[in-house]
Design a binder for this molecule. Sequence first.
Ligand code: RP5
Length: 163
Amino acid sequence: MKKHTHPLVAILMGSTSDLKTMQEATKIFDELEIPYNVQVISSHRTPHHLYKYASEVANSGIEVIIAGAGMAASLPGMLAALSVLPVIGVPLSSGPLNGLDALFSISQMPKGIPTATMAINGAANAALFAAAILALKYPDIHESLVNWREAQTIAATHLNNLH
Ligand code: RP5
């Protein structure tokens, strides 16, 4: 039986070229059975679409936003500016600066508009962090996350035993 009937997390990215990296987040949500939706919105190329989306997202049932972007990477910060939902930014290694540009852009938000920043290409951790936020409210997600972490510990212990 499905525990949640509507998406709790929005996974956004600035370009279809970001999809492969951001799918690391969808894999985690599939494992944890957390429903999500995925959209491409370019804050620079489609700013009016971004404004409309961000103005409405808090009333859509979405509780956490993950936003991946490379290069100038304004998408996470703009989403944080336009809504009060928690926004987790993922700097992506697209472009000649290999993600350092996006890392600096997303992490250097001005006082008043906080935006969480993961490692470069850290989409999986973005999903786990989103799950930790949702786990404060939903006991089934708390249980899924604890089980996931225990499985990781067991897998890491087995790896250690090989040496
Ligand atoms: C950013 O520019 C996107 O997030 C992407 O990482 C990068 C390149 O986009 P494309 O030119 O591949 O569409 O806005």
